[in-house]
Design a protein around this ligand. Sequence first.
Ligand code: FAD
Ligand code: SF4
Length: 499
Amino acid sequence: MTIILPVLADQLSLDLASLKAVDRADAVILMAEVMGEAGAPKHHKTKIAFLFSAMRHHADALREQGWRVDYVALDDPENSQSLGGEVDRAKARHNADRVVSVEAGCWRLIEAQRSWGEVLSDDRFLVSRAWFADWAEGRKRLLMEDFYRLMRKRTGLLMDGDQPTGGQWNFDADNRKPPAKGLVYPAPPQFQPDDTTEAVLALVEARFGDHFGDLRPFARAVTREQALVCLADFVETRLARFGDYQDAMVAGEDGMFHSQLSALINCGLLGPMEVCQAAEAAWTAGVVPLNAVEGFIRQIIGWREYVRGIHWIAGPDYESRNVLGAARPLPSFYWTGETEMRCMAEAVRATKQNAHAHHIQRLMVLANFALLAGIDPAEVSAWFLIVYADAYEWVETPNVIGMGLFADGGLMASKPYAAGGAYINRMSDYCRGCAYDVKKRTGEGACPFNSLYWDFLARNRDRLGRNHRLLRMYDGWDRFDPAEQARIQAQAAGFLATL
Ligand code: FAD
Ligand code: SF4
């Protein structure tokens, strides 16, 4: 009896649930590069190269552990170019009668997997889909902070008995500093592509050359060993300042003090618990402050698990939610970066070069602009899924539809993350070199974020006006005299007409 174990591109973990569930002697691991996944939608070139290279290296690592691996390369002439097609072909090749896979991170694939055979829960996440659904059941509000505290107790991370280390659950009040002058931002490790990666880079150039994004220089970690080097480097060189400058943005500094580990965690080369434990150990050793470690661990056992839970309880139609009725098409500068708004141009440039942008660029620049300008959430979500190396539906959709665009009407966030130019000016150095004047609301050269912000509030008053967290903002709007309100709305309309 042969069992086929399909291993997907984001399941590159040696302790994957399916590998623990069968006898190695009976199993053939199937890994396949298919156009059906890499080519539609047209993912960033670097994202495809990263995943294909990591898959090829992972196949070698599995073989070294004694697994039989059947690897179907993209240019294999027999390749059916779909995962379902490859499972069928593998079953026939190996005369297999069972298929055991681990649940994928999107509704579309999970449905397909059920037709292949058994589907196991993905125990690389710290809570199962069923556990999160139970937690959410009957709650009026799904507060991340409540979930996070439970996760601290469940994992024991930063706990003294049943109390949080340092007497507080959350040290965010110590974070959110604007960028200070003279800070040096240590770059993450760079890795010279080996022959496997070079072959993948050539393949991506040849087959996906018209996709968005820069492919070279390519210096990403693609093996478990390299991923561990990245983790150690983050803990040693950037974690100490992660908390303080978590929300800061600086032109030309693409990673700041962020870990830049998301793509490695999401594809399985790093485990969420080991990453948190490495950060906690640095606190225990006294080399990093508590606000940094708590803030970092919260992102992983809190936000990461929470958004995944939201994705699954929200159902397959989550991506099509659009409670604010936003319908404008995505402006072309999300692809080209050609805009005089320096904050947007910088965020798109980083995205294009690195297939990565840090959280505040994603939330307070790219998603904030789309929210204020009323861009169709489905188009925004499609863009975010394509451009980031860490993007998979389970994590991208809730972050975009829920957190970034409030298109789910508040299932995830208690108010929209909407901000005018003042926020971006406070947290970055972008405005100093921008063609627009961040201090101006109306008139020539006024920062578009300012009029768009007020226009957003005014045009969504029916929907948002009673949200108690926005009352102060609506008070602000009401204090403008009608002539100023009209000028602001005309300014916003004039700008939107140029998109
Ligand atoms: P750090 O700032 O170092 O944070 C540490 C880790 O915490 C991350 O590596 C990640 O694993 C986790 N994390 C932090 N915030 C979140 C969050 N909101 N949701 C899930 N995990 C989180 N993250 C993705 O992994 N994939 C996405 O497709 C994605 N799309 C996003 C879209 C929008 C509009 C927004 C606002 C956020 C998105 N995020 C996404 C969350 C977050 O921006 C990235 O995880 C983070 O920028 C990755 O960089 P980092 O590894 O340096 O993170
Ligand atoms: Fe962005 Fe406005 Fe600042 Fe320019 S002035 S960088 S558009 S916030």
